[in-house]
Each structure stands twice: as structure tokens, then as C-alpha cells.
Design a protein around this ligand. Structure first.
Ligand SMILES: [Zn+2]
Length: 567
């Protein structure tokens, strides 16, 4: 149930140790035995876990994992005793929530998931700003015109949970998150139960009735919201971080403690409490769907959004992120204990949809004076005016985008000759700007070779190609220089962000854990598209050659190979 478990104490070390040493085969597979005859249907691997728990922590960068790792005592400490890949990569340039979540359980880059960004411009849609949200059905009218109809229709490929269900129809595919796009991109199109936070409670796809698990959770949350809640404790090891950073007027961040005023839904959402609520609902969905109890494996996706809201609202280096990560660690610890208590044989993977970067005002004080906020000269109105002046064309909607970086679209009614002139003028305008690192046209990206090799050495155009899908991508992709934050002016709730092709936004931890396994650390870069092939091999799910961009990671620390028996 919701939110009653907030506390500052750490998990009992003895209980955790006991949980970790219980005899179990771990990830190792038994040696193959000669099969007497072909089985009538494909069976799961002999030692397959009964439940895959795929967790995404929104904006949990490899930098945050490294910074806080030694302080974790709960769920993150448990996972850090498993197979640890501290240099995982969301390899693509468009390091946003929707593209990032789309890679985790599909095993392919956004170029193949089709999820090129959180929003893109589609000039054929009949609406003012021509923006399409990655997880909406823009052909359907929402009840509220400011709203949208949530949908996974833009995702072009199946998720692991869908593949599992297609082969083993009794398997269940369940997803829950603080964000609709996260739950939908991890869950996919064929999903037994899917929930996300909206307004003041959890909701689901149009036409679905809330099940008792969600109804009960929402009731518990309504009580918490009505009553409010006190500040959360500041861990001793974060005392030095609690320092106010003024951001103009009376607005400052850096010392927040998440006191919850009664009825403050937005403060609830941007706090550790939303993660605790998501985990509580996940636990209830395990029971409601009897996950981990059938002969074939189930998939439960859990995306925890608070780290992202905290990062955007307060940056990554104040008291707020410190409290957030401690509370998250404790909530995950309780989640795993709850799964243990149910006797479920589960395997966990934990990663993030993208990394993150602190706000320039604090970075400037902390040895990174080159970081600054982007100027307004790169916003679409300014670029339209500049290019119109060079070409003599009408400036209105000449260049479209949803910010000061990423994809840019040209007005679609331009004659081919004019389009070529505008593109040339726009590229020259961008490259003359000292804040710009690179600008690639769609043709240049399409013609560039597919990325190969280790993702940290990919050139910028390869990063762009990994999140380029011609039917949706812009006419040009703009990349800011390292350290240039694409928020021209900070405001409450939005002081720092991600989305760049730089490694602070691309690098995320990837952790695998299963009871009884022997842990190991592999510091060489791997990718989030490696997760789906790794899990598919672990459960014995056959997948056609070429279906994944990633590779199977062998989770056996010794001579065994969890990829070796891949059908
Ligand atoms: Zn974000």
C-alpha cells in the first residue's frame, strides 16, 4: 500500500545478506542434455527465471550511480552485487525519455523503434503547433483539448514482453510508471495491465477499467495528498550539498526537503513519493496478475520517474537529488524483499532512459565555468527570421522545432529549389553560432554509415543516425556544444535537463541481478539495446537474426555462458 513506508533507516543488513546467500542456481545454465525428441513447442530455458523485472530510473545517469554508489544500502546495493555494467550507453543523440525507454526492451535503437524524440513536428496534423507526442494517437480527439489520447501506436517494433506473450500466450506483460510514455514504450502494444500517473492518481489506456490494485493504490494516495507529509530526512553524507543556489528573484534551489503541502499534486509528482507509489502499485500488480507463478516467464516493467523530475526541478547536485536517491534505494529494497517474500524466482535488470546534467549556475561554481544556458538565437522564431533575411522568403514558420536543440523542420510547402536554399542558409547560420557543435542535414545523416564499434567513440553523426527515422525526423539536426544547456532561462520545476549527444546524457548504469548469482563488474561500454537480447537468451526465447541491434551479454561470471544456449 502506498507511502506508509517512508523512513530514514536502512534495511537490515543481516536480512539482506540472508536473502543473497540462499542456494540457487543463479544465472548459470545446466549443461545441455541430449534431447530425446524435438519438443512439440519451444519451452523456456530449463533455468529460466519465472519473472523478468525490468526497471528504468528516469535520468539516472552513470555519473549519479558512480557518485552515490557507496552510499546505497537497499535495492540499489543489492543490484550492485550482481552483474554491473557502469558504462551502459543510450547510444543515440536524442537522449530523451521516450526514445530511451523505447530501446530498453526492444533491443533496437530509436532509428528502428521510430521514437526519435519525446515530440516531433508533423506538418500534416491539423493542430496549431504541429507537434506530435511520442505516446499519443493524434488521430483521436481527447476529451480535454489540451490533453491527448495515450497510445503506443508510434512504436514500430515489439517489446520483450510482447515477444514472450507471442510465443507463450500464458505469460503476462505488465508495466507501470510515473509517465505514460515510459510505461507504454517498455510494455508495448500487447499488454495485460498498464498504469501510469496522471493528475492525482494512476490511470490506464482509454477503454480500460482500473483494476482493484490501481483503485486501492489511488485511494491510499488520495489520503496522503489530502493530509500532506513532512520533510524527508537529509542523509548525513549529503549535508554539504544543502546549499541554496539563487536563480533570480526569490527563486532558489539546492536545499529542498520535499515537505508536502496538503493537496499539492505537482509537489507530490516531483518527489520520492511518486516512486514509492509506483513501486507499491507494481507490488500489487504482481499479486493481481499472479506474476512469476506460471510455467512460462512473465515480464514486469517499472519506470520510476521522480529522479527525472527532481533533476529537472532542482538539478543533480543539491540536497534534493541526494534525498531522492536514498529514498529510491530504500523503496527498491522493500520491493525486492516483497518479491522474495512471495517466493518468486525473478531476475532484475535496472537501467535508465538517459543521463543528465546539472544546472549551469552550480556547475559554474564547481569547476565548470564553460557551462552556460543557450541563447535565444537558436529558438525557431529567431532562426526563421535569420534565414528569411538571407533568402528573402517569408519568415512565418520557416523553421520549426520544439526547442533550441535537436530536430529542425522546414516549412513543408517550400518549392524544392527554395528548400535547398533555406537548408543551406540555415546550416550556415547554425555553424556560425559559437554555441553549436554540429548541424547535419537529413540527407547527410541518411548517407552516413551505420554506427559500429564501441558507442563512446561514435562520431556525432553516428549518434544522430541512431535516433534518425526519415519519416519523422527533421530536415536538420542541431547539436549544441558540450555544456550548453538548452534551457534559455530557468523557472520553477525546470532548471536543468538532458537530451544532448554528450556522454553525460548518454551514459547510464546497466545492472543485472538474480538470487544466488556471482557478481562481476564489466567497465567496458555496453548498450541498452543489449538488454533485450540478454534477457531473451536468459529465458530461452528464440528471436530471428537481425531483430536486435544489441548483443547478448553473458551474465555468468565464470566459464558458463547465459548466451551460449541461445536457440
Ligand atoms: Zn527528463
Amino acid at each position: 500500500m502506498a507511502l506508509r513506508k517512508f523512513r530514514s533507516v536502512t534495511l537490515g543488513a543481516a536480512a539482506l545478506a540472508a536473502a543473497l546467500v540462499l542456494p540457487h542456481a543463479g544465472f548459470a545454465r545446466p549443461a545441455a542434455k541430449p534431447a530425446p525428441a524435438p519438443a512439440p513447442a519451444i519451452q523456456p530455458a530449463a533455468n529460466a527465471p519465472k519473472l523478468i523485472v525490468a526497471i528504468s530510473i528516469d535520468q539516472f545517469s552513470a555519473d549519479l550511480f558512480a557518485q552515490y554508489r557507496s552510499h546505497f544500502t537497499g535495492g540499489l546495493a543489492r543490484l550492485a552485487s550482481g552483474a554491473v555494467f557502469p558504462a551502459g550507453f543510450q547510444s543515440h543523440a536524442a537522449t530523451e525519455t521516450c526514445p530511451g525507454h523505447s530501446t530498453i526492451l526492444t533491443g533496437v535503437h530509436p532509428a528502428r523503434t521510430g521514437i526519435i524524440a519525446n515530440t516531433w513536428i508533423d506538418q500534416s496534423v491539423a493542430r496549431g503547433k504541429k507537434q506530435v507526442y511520442c505516446a499519443e494517437d493524434e488521430t483521436k480527439a481527447a476529451a480535454d483539448p489540451k490533453d491527448y489520447v495515450a497510445s503506443v501506436g508510434h512504436l514500430l517494433v515489439p517489446t520483450l514482453g510482447e515477444r514472450v506473450k507471442a510465443l507463450w500466450p500464458t505469460s503476462r506483460n505488465v508495466a507501470v510508471s510515473g509517465k505514460d510514455r515510459a510505461a507504454l514504450m517498455m510494455g508495448g502494444h500487447v499488454i495485460d495491465s498498464v498504469y501510469w500517473w496522471k493528475g492525482a492518481g494512476f490511470t490506464s489506456l482509454d477503454g480500460r477499467t482500473l483494476t482493484p490494485a490501481a483503485v486501492n493504490e489511488n485511494k491510499a494516495l488520495a489520503d496522503v495528498l489530502a493530509q500532506g507529509a513532512p520533510e524527508l530526512p537529509l542523509p548525513d553524507w549529503c549535508a554539504g550539498k544543502a546549499r541554496a543556489i539563487p536563480l533570480g528573484g526569490s527563486f532558489s534551489v539546492g536545499t529542498g526537503r520535499f515537505a508536502l503541502a496538503p493537496g499539492d499534486k505537482n509537489a507530490f509528482r516531483a518527489s520520492p513519493r511518486i516512486d514509492r507509489a509506483t513501486i507499491d502499485l507494481a507490488t500489487e500488480l504482481v499479486d493481481e496478475n499472479k506474476l512469476g507463478k506460471a510455467a512460462t516467464p512473465d515480464v514486469l516493467s517499472v519506470s520510476l520517474s521522480a529522479t527525472d523530475y527532481v533533476g529537472h526541478g532542482f538539478g543533480t547536485e543539491g540536497s534534493e537529488m541526494c534525498i531522492q536517491l536514498q529514498q529510491l534505494d530504500l523503496a527498491l529494497g522493500d520491493f525486492f524483499i516483497a518479491l522474495d517474500q512471495r517466493g518468486i524466482d525473478y531476475a532484475v535488470v535496472l537501467t535508465a532512459d538517459h543521463g543528465g546534467f546539472d544546472m549551469p549556475e552550480r556547475l559554474g561554481e564547481q569547476a565548470l565555468p564553460a557551462s552556460h544556458r543557450v541563447s535565444k538565437s537558436l529558438l525557431p522564431e529567431a532562426l526563421s527570421a535569420a534565414v528569411a533575411a538571407k533568402t528573402g522568403l517569408d519568415a512565418k514558420d520557416l523553421v520549426l522545432s520544439d526547442g533550441a536543440s535537436g530536430d529542425l523542420w522546414l516549412r513543408r510547402d517550400l518549392a524544392p529549389a527554395d528548400k535547398a536554399r533555406v537548408l543551406e542558409a540555415l546550416k550556415a547560420e547554425l555553424l556560425a553560432n559559437p554555441e553549436v557543435a554540429a548541424a547535419f542535414t537529413a540527407d547527410e545523416i541518411a548517407a552516413s554509415p551505420a554506427p559500429t564499434g564501441s558507442p563512446e567513440t561514435w562520431p556525432l553523426i553516428a549518434r544522430a543516425k541512431a535516433s534518425f527515422y526519415a519519416p519523422r525526423s527533421g530536415d536538420l539536426v542541431l547539436m549544441l556544444k558540450r555544456g550548453v544547456v538548452p534551457i534559455p532561462a530557468p523557472g520553477p520545476g525546470y532548471v536543468a535537463t538532458h537530451g544532448s549527444p554528450w556522454d553525460y546524457d548518454r551514459r547510464v548504469p546497466i545492472l543485472f541481478w538474480r538470487k544466488g548469482m556471482t557478481g562481476f563488474e564489466q567497465p567496458s561500454p555496453v548498450e541498452t539495446v543489449d538488454i533485450a537480447p540478454t534477457l531473451a537468451a536468459l529465458i530461452g526465447l528464440p528471436v530471428a537474426a537481425g531483430a536486435f541491434d544489441g548483443r547478448c551479454l553473458d551474465l555468468d561470471a565464470g566459464t558458463g555462458d547465459t548466451c551460449g544456449a541461445k536457440p
